[in-house]
Write a protein that binds this ligand. Sequence first.
Ligand code: DLL
Length: 435
Amino acid sequence: MYTYWDKSAETIPEEELKRRQLAGFQAAVDQALKTPFYRERLRKAGITSGADVGSLTSVQDIPFTSKDDLRDAYPYGMLAVPLEEVVRLHASSGTTGTPTVIYQSAEDIGVWPDLAARSIAATGAAKKDVFQNMMTYGLFTGGLGLHYGAERLGCLVIPAGSGNTKRQFKLMKDFRTTMVHATPSYLLHLHSKMNEEGVRIEDLSLKKAFVGAEPHSENIRKKIENLLRVDVYNSYGLSEMNGPGVAFECECKDGMHVWEDAFLLEVIDPDTLKAVPDGEEGELVFTTLRRKATPLLRYRTRDLSRIYPGPCSCGRTHRRIERIKGRTDDMLIINGVNVFPSQIEEVIMKMPEIGNNYQILVEKAGALDRITVKTEVGPAIFSDDARDMNHLRERIKDNLKASISISPAVELHEPGVLPVYEGKAKRVFDVRAGE
Ligand code: DLL
């Protein structure tokens, strides 16, 4: 009863998968040795050919690659094929200015839609579906990644791009869109515009939403599922590993399957840099197994997650990771207490009174840190009665104190007041350094 895009690849026996991974890993090392960056780095580690890595565990003999390495190698230091073999590039600008760039050869660009088609087919999507892609098109990988995957699956693809809620609703109604792809924050925003645009759920034919590109909690998933009456599937990816189509939830919605025939996954302790046992939380590290133009070895994602033990009932043998908890560089230390923004989101979004948008502000108050959680409340809840609002504020504070030991100030806002982002939402404003 489960659907597959490429059943033999998705349910490949573990031993066979490992054999393929080793062949892919050795080829990736050979390929990496063609780049100025890795030639130098691997030589120092005593590796001069793919044959020097005899087993999957010997991945641990290879130095890590970081985002800074990609920046330093800009623009061509990590290119492993002649430039005329490259058919596309994607780049992400990040915060520091120098972009990181990933090149794709014609062969590479064939692999990615295959992984993307596999991902969306795992949610039960089929040829008859109408797929409206609300991710930003361009250098960002969110647009083209699933676009070509859905086309390969045979769906009707509407390349709507992000923004313009009015047009999104019109497209959804006129073409009976059954599946959408967007950031979770954009879908919540879209929902908050439904009334204003005179759209009712009954006017739409939506069945599924694929969400990713930003951290979000299980409670955000539930919220979107209830508000838009769709099944929401979590999609994880990063530009360095192509983009979306690295890990995706199947119909079981119980962790995201990492496509392990394309990406070699390690989970490491970000402090000791040693592998953690399966099931323990750590930083995800990936090695590309099938990319020719920009092979990356042991790329440190900074994303925290863990591997789910045991097989999934869908029959896929590719292991699953838990929803991303946050990035190692996202963790806030508030007066000595470590807290991830995702933990705050999890607590507030469990409360039915809370609306679709929130922000976290961290400042200095004398020697101490002060955290303020600003959240919109549902349209039916917001009131001028100060007592009601005070009561809700206190409950939010109590819940945060009880579950994550922080005592923030809480600001309640009317729906539509906090800023909305068409791409990745910016939720955390930590202004301590600038004070
Ligand atoms: O965000 C690729 C993507 C597009 C994934 C569309 C899914 C859907 P980057 O801009 O390079 O690529 O950002 C990658 O975003 O390292 C995570 O920190 C975060 N991220 C991506 N997906 C998820 C997710 C795209 N499902 C960075 N949950 C990653 C939590 C996510 N964080």
